[in-house]
Design a protein around this ligand. Structure first.
Ligand SMILES: C[S@@+](CC[C@H](N)C(=O)[O-])C[C@H]1O[C@@H](n2cnc3c(N)ncnc32)[C@H](O)[C@@H]1O
Length: 204
């Protein structure tokens, strides 16, 4: 299972917004979702995406989207609702946020959950599942030098347009392996594509 964690300090934590840009750059979230799960003419079946939002009004929020679960389809209805097209994604995120219930981990669609959980708790849970956390950062070790075994068990953490918060970076750099996809700064969604491609090439 490929695992990505997208962290945003500004992404809204309620569903009452329409303008993607003003909702803490939900346009970037949409692109990250598309590039996590989409190939030309097919969806990736082995991806789990964690979205961690620290924006107003009720941070933190943790949304998990797992394609394995939803593509296996508990119901045709769920499958239809989860069609990944650019047009539908903003509505999908809004619905996930609207369905949040205090004190609960709510499954909104098959394999798609929302709960209140902070970044470190998300990372700890992934570590307990045997994942190795990689912090994506231009200053890290070249991803091409990471072993196949580590890549296979990797969970890749990346930031939004502002990057990961400066005050967290120091701690994250101590707790995670830091990996780079090159010496240019890419959009978050481009980084997801590059990591997916790196894994694809090793699997082929
Ligand atoms: C648009 S970039 C953030 C730019 C922000 N101004 C900064 O300096 O962090 C979004 C995220 O993509 C990841 N990223 C961008 N370029 C990268 C690179 N060359 N190697 C690894 N990760 C990268 C980082 O996790 C970053 O937080």
């Amino acid at each position: 299972m490929r695992t990505f964690i997208y962290f945003s300090s500004s992404a809204r934590t309620s569903g009452n917004w329409d303008d993607l840009m003003k909702a803490g750059r939900m346009d970037i979230v949409c692109n990250v979702i598309i590039h996590s799960f989409s190939l030309s003419h097919q969806k990736r079946e082995d991806v789990e995406l964690h979205l961690v939002f620290y924006g107003m009004p009720d941070p933190p929020k943790h949304i998990v989207i797992s394609t394995k679960e939803y593509l296996s389809g508990r119901s045709q209805d769920d499958k239809e609702k989860l069609t990944i097209s650019k047009k539908d994604i903003a509505g999908f995120i809004k619905k996930m946020l609207y369905k949040y219930r205090e004190g609960e981990k709510t499954e909104v669609f098959a394999g798609c959950f929302i709960e209140k959980k902070n970044l470190y708790a998300v990372l700890d849970e992934l570590k307990e599942q045997g994942k190795k956390i990689f912090l994506l950062d231009g200053d890290g070790q070249d991803i091409r030098e990471v072993s196949n075994e580590d890549i296979k068990n990797g969970a890749f953490l990346l930031g939004d347009h502002d990057g990961l918060p400066r005050k967290e970076i120091k701690r994250l750099k101590q707790e995670c392996e830091v990996v780079s996809v090159g010496n240019k700064t890419y959009f978050a969604s481009q980084v997801v594509t590059i990591v997916n491609n790196e894994i694809d090439r090793r699997e082929s």
